[in-house]
Every structure is written in C-alpha cells, then in structure tokens.
Design a protein around this ligand. Structure first.
Ligand code: UT7
Length: 334
C-alpha cells in the first residue's frame, strides 16, 4: 500500500528574541504570570520592513531542499498553512516557491488557524496516495507579530514568528500517515478572530483607529474547547487504530498553552517525557508549531515510532493524525 511519509524537515526562526522581561515593560504583565498561566519565556520576532511570512517559509524550504538533496524542479505540490500571508493574494505558497526555485509545482495557501499544518498534511497525503504528487512540500509559516496588539496584555505574550517545512513522499515500507480525523465548527468565530481587513469589514481609517486588525481572543472559551477537543480526537484516532498510551512514542501537540498540553496528555495517559514541548522558547507560532516541534526532536525520532499530532485553532478547527515515523537520523536517504 502506498502511503505518504515525511522524508525531511527544516525550520527557520527569526533572530530577535522578545523576552517576558521586555514585554513587561510594554504592558502590565510579568514573567511570573506568563510562565505560570501560559508557559512561555520568550518568542521570536521577525524584524525589518517588507518581510512577511514567506521570508521565513522560503528559508525553511531552501534548507529542506538542500539537506534532503532534492532538486527543486522535482517538487510538484506546495501547500503553505498560514493566517499571516504576505498578501491577501497571491498566495504566500507561490512566493515561497518562487524564492526557493520551485517552478514545476502547483502552490496554494490553506487557512485553518492553528490547525493549518495538520490540514495541509492531510490534504497533501491525498495527492501522494492517489499518485498525483510524488514530492510535496508542506509549510507552516507565520509572522504573528504582524497581527498582535502589543497594547493588549491578554494576547501579546502568546504569539511568535517561525516557519517549518516538511517533504512528503510516497512509500510502501509501512511508515507514513496512517490515519487522521479533522474537524471544524463555525461556532468558534466570536471567540477567536481578526475583526477587520476581510470582506465583512474592509480596512478603513476607522478600523485602524479602533485597532481591529489584531487578534481578538476570548481566552477562557478557547481554552476549554482546546482541551476537550484535542484530547477527544486524539483518543478517537488512537482507539480506532488499536493503540493505547504504551504504543505511542511521541505526542506532538499544538503549542498554545502549557496547561492545555498538560491536560491533553493527562487525558491520554501519556507520560510527560513523550510530549514534545517547546512553547517556552517560541510561544504559539500558529501553523508553525507542529513542524517546529518535530524539527527540534528529529534526532530523537526512530523509524517506526508511533506519533500522534494534534491541534486546535481558530474556526474552531481541530484534529489528530497518526503516523509512523519514516527514518532514523537527519533525513531519509533513499
Ligand atoms: O492557538 C489558538 C488557540 N488558542 C488557545 O488555545 C488559547 C487558549 N487560552 C489560553 O491559553 C488562556 O485562556 C490565556 C493564556 C489566553 C489566558 O489565561 P487565563 O488563565 O485564561 O486568564 P484569564 O483570561 O482568565 O485572565 C485572568 C486574569 C484577568 O484578571 P482579573 O480579571 O482576574 O483581574 C486578566 O486581566 O489575568 C489577567 N491577565 C493578565 N495578567 C497579567 C490577562 N493577561 C495577563 C497578563 N499578565 N499578560
């Protein structure tokens, strides 16, 4: 059976580190509050005019192609998951492809909030399994700092900028993506959105003055949904594949809040040391959190490891994926 398997991973992080100490000089907050309520110590910020999410995405993709020894002309599909595209149009995926030498692919963006990377991976999986794609690049790229209100203490500590990218290829060696369940519910709109800049409320002097181009989040409502939906969907995917917690090598959870991750892992009966956690260093990088985790853990992953990825985000959107890791070492060299 042909499956889609990850054969390489890369990431790009901006250099600038925004610490809790610096944030506490901008708004009424403290390192102690942010660490205990969210679990973030610092986040990366992309500085400089004229730099969008594609800047990070293209660097991640260029590194990915280089380290996997992939000829850019062989890539036939590029999907970029993002809520902070360079422009409303054209798609950021097109810009990334152009800037990383990919000329023979169809490239498009996918917006599923923080679940974007998982949605994109599941979408590319279909193209690989049906033989329509042989080498797909899936990216999560965000410049969250472009939509964060640095006068709002309830949201500004949370988010950071980053990009991660994976190469997805067909395999028949019993590794790769085995199952996933993705879901959404539009009931989430009032709890997490950007008020202006879309067709309902186009940009105007008024929308700028009212600071409506930033993230609006009702944290507690999102928190409750995130814990129950991520745990429910992960357990459902595990159960229907005959897996219990002992069978899982790694959980890769969306990095929104350390307390959410702990609660999800507890419901899944997973030991802390099986949970990928890097929120402390990078914060919530929205569509980039999952590839950023896998990228940091890549040396520890072994061929055949059972991995569960799970996310929750704006929409609401959520999901879980079960995959068997495809290689030992830095990247797969077939
Ligand atoms: O990635 C997409 C999905 N997003 C998520 O999963 C986020 C889910 N939500 C959360 O992670 C949490 O709800 C937050 C981190 C956003 C907020 O944490 P919380 O524990 O739910 O705090 P809260 O909103 O209930 O606020 C508690 C108190 C409030 O003060 P009062 O009204 O009790 O006096 C806030 O004003 O904490 C205050 N507060 C702060 N204090 C210091 C809110 N933000 C801050 C801050 N520093 N940065």
């Amino acid at each position: 059976m042909i499956r889609a398997t990850i054969t390489g991973i890369a990431a790009e992080l901006p250099e600038y580190i925004l610490t809790n100490e610096e944030l506490s000089r901008m708004v009424d907050t403290s390192d102690e509050w942010i660490m205990t309520r969210i679990g973030i110590r610092e986040r990366r910020i992309l500085k400089g005019k004229g730099k969008g999410a594609s800047q990070l995405g293209a660097k991640a993709v260029s590194k990915l192609l280089e380290k996997t020894g992939t000829d850019p002309s062989k890539i036939d599909l590029v999907i970029c998951a993002t809520v902070t595209p360079d422009y409303q149009f054209p798609a950021t995926a097109n810009i990334i492809s152009h800037n990383s030498g990919i000329k023979n692919a169809f490239s498009y963006d996918l917006n599923a909030g923080c679940s974007g990377f998982l949605y994109a991976l599941a979408t590319a999986q279909q193209f690989i399994e049906t033989g329509k794609s042989h080498k797909a690049v899936i990216i999560g790229a965000e410049k969250m700092s472009s939509i964060v209100n640095y006068q709002d203490r309830a949201t500004c500590p949370i988010f950071g900028d980053a990009a991660g990218a994976v190469l997805l290829e067909p395999t028949n060696d019993n590794t790769g993506i085995i199952d996933s369940k993705l879901q959404s519910d539009g009931v989430g709109l009032p709890h997490l959105h950007q008020k202006a800049g879309g067709s309902v409320n186009p940009s105007s002097h008024q929308t700028v003055e009212a600071r409506e181009h930033f993230i609006y989040q009702e944290g507690q409502a999102v928190f409750k949904w995130a814990v129950s939906k991520m745990a429910d969907v992960s357990l459902e995917v595990m159960n229907r594949n005959g897996l219990d917690h002992n069978d899982i090598a790694w959980l890769v959870p969306h990095q929104a809040n350390m307390r959410i991750i702990e609660a999800v892992a507890k419901r899944m009966k997973l030991d802390k040391n099986k949970v990928m956690l890097n929120i402390e260093k990078y914060g919530n990088t929205t569509a980039a959190t999952l590839p950023l985790c896998i990228w940091e853990w890549k040396e520890r992953l072994k061929k055949g490891d059972n991995i569960i990825l799970t996310t929750f985000g704006a929409g609401f959107t959520w999901g879980a994926m079960y995959l068997k890791w495809g290689y030992n070492g830095i990247h797969r060299a077939d």
